[in-house]
Design a protein. Structure first.
Length: 94
């Protein structure tokens, strides 16, 4: 990954970190609700669903960079995405 010149570290590590942020925000949504309970929002916190959107945007951005660098293959990602979506839809139909 010599094309990547940054002090931010390895892009794969960045992807892992951003995914952990998504997990953290999902757990907040489970605790406080997608829109946030009164105690959550009264402290000026944005609704957890907003944070999930933001963190997923970060995941997509780092993924795009890894595709641009040639580390990841966009077509493979989309193929796995379609397969997973079909499996989930089958599971929900049962």
């Amino acid at each position: 990954m010599s094309k990547w010149k940054t002090t931010m570290g390895d892009p794969l590590c960045m992807l892992a970190e951003e995914n952990s942020e998504v997990i953290k925000e999902i757990m907040k949504a489970k605790r406080f609700g997608l829109e946030g309970c009164k105690e959550w929002t009264s402290k000026g916190n944005p609704p957890p669903i907003e944070n999930i959107h933001r963190e997923l945007g970060d995941v997509f951005a780092v993924t795009d960079i890894l595709v641009d660098l040639g580390v990841l293959d966009f077509e493979k990602i989309m193929g796995y995405r379609v397969a997973k979506k079909q499996k989930i839809e089958q599971d929900f139909d049962q």
